[in-house]
Design a protein around this ligand. Structure first.
Ligand SMILES: Nc1ncnc2c1ncn2[C@@H]1O[C@H](COP(=O)(O)OP(=O)(O)O)[C@@H](O)[C@H]1O
Ligand SMILES: O=P(O)(O)OC[C@H]1O[C@](O)(COP(=O)(O)O)[C@@H](O)[C@@H]1O
Length: 316
């Protein structure tokens, strides 16, 4: 079972527009509402592919009630912890060429007592987990080292932790020696403290995150694919891509990648291939709809030689 923890979940509204032009009235096309937050999406992707999972999620206000309804409709096994603040709403504007503009609210603060209840729920459920996925930003006021603390606690119990977050929370988590981190290009550059403009930069930055404490780094690079740097005695580096014929929305692509990678054993070229295939299939879905088995095309995955000078196009 893979347990996910999302301290800052969201209601994700994706609105399709012809073109984003500032300062004008934009008439929207299709719109959809998805349950959101990084760990929530990892659980949604796993469930859609029959991999056992459970999601720990705080919820509050009308938005929180809607989030619970949407997750119940999808049939997610969840531990919902009521909190006093209202769950945030995040908005994505999706253009036909696949460009997305995201507006993520900060979320409402969790009180120390609420955080305590959430941590207790996670520790209680983690006993049955092969992996704990701690994902997403932290709501205001939550200590930056919360993922680091969870990670240390689980390591003692022999449970592996995967962390997908940004900024100081990622840097703090690295020091706790997580089994896996999944930064995108921007998160990778910020945590490593170096610009990442080429594939070689990305590989070097991933190595730096390992030197900072992560055992395995799965760095997603948007349309340029992903790099996996792993290995104990001997380092192994894998680089792969997966073509998407008609990108619809990249929201949740990184979450689908992490889910596919974990579902396939979280190690080596085959797990990277699975992550790439799930991510590509997610990009072809509207909003943050997670791919089902029939959406996933493993024949689109390629492993080109990793040219260190390859300029990266996107991925932040
Ligand atoms: N435009 C795209 N075309 C093809 N694949 C994409 C595209 N955008 C994202 N992906 C796939 O989704 C993965 C995750 O996307 P990325 O933007 O790096 O992460 P995140 O969603 O966490 O910000 C990428 O590594 C890639 O495999
Ligand atoms: O916690 P953050 O960093 O604000 O991100 C939350 C957002 O990320 C998502 O989980 C999507 O994540 P990815 O596109 O990185 O895979 C959305 O569902 C949610 O709105």
């Amino acid at each position: 079972m893979i347990l996910t923890v999302t301290l800052n979940p969201s209601l994700d509204r994706t609105i399709e527009i012809a073109e984003l032009t500032r300062g004008t009235v934009i008439r929207a096309g299709a719109a959809r509402l998805d349950p959101g937050g990084k760990g929530v999406n990892v659980s949604r992707a796993l469930l859609a592919n029959d991999v056992p999972t459970c999601a720990v999620v705080p919820y509050g206000g009308d938005e929180g009630r809607r989030l619970v309804e949407l997750l119940s409709d999808e049939g997610i096994d969840m531990i919902m912890v009521p909190v006093s603040g209202a769950t945030r709403s995040n908005i994505t504007l999706a253009e036909p060429d696949g460009t997305v503009t995201k507006i993520n609210e900060p979320g409402t603060p969790l009180t120390p007592a609420e955080l305590e209840t959430l941590a207790a729920a996670v520790l209680d459920a983690a006993g049955a987990a092969d992996w704990v996925v701690a994902s997403g930003s932290l709501p205001p006021g939550v200590p930056t080292d919360i993922y680091a603390r969870l990670c240390r606690r689980f390591a003692k119990a022999g449970i592996r932790t995967a962390v997908d977050t940004s900024g100081p929370a990622l840097v703090a988590a690295l020091a706790a020696g997580p089994a896996l981190v999944k930064p995108n290009r921007e998160e990778l550059a910020t945590a490593a403290g170096v610009p990442v403009t080429t594939l070689g930069d990305a590989i070097d930055a991933a190595r730096k995150l390992r030197a900072m404490g992560a055992r395995t780094v799965l760095a997603s690079l948007g349309a340029d694919g992903a790099v996996l740097v792993e290995g104990e005695a001997e380092e192994r580096v894998w680089y792969g891509t997966a073509e998407v014929a008609e990108p619809r929305s990249t929201v949740g692509a990184g979450d689908a990648m992490l889910a596919g990678f974990l579902a396939a054993g979280a190690r080596g070229r085959d797990a990277l291939a699975e992550g790439l295939a799930w991510a590509a299939a997610a990009v072809a879905q509207p909003g943050s709809r997670m791919p089902r088995p029939h959406d996933i095309r493993r024949d689109t995955v390629r492993f080109p030689p990793p040219d260190p000078d390859l300029p990266l196009r996107s991925g932040g």
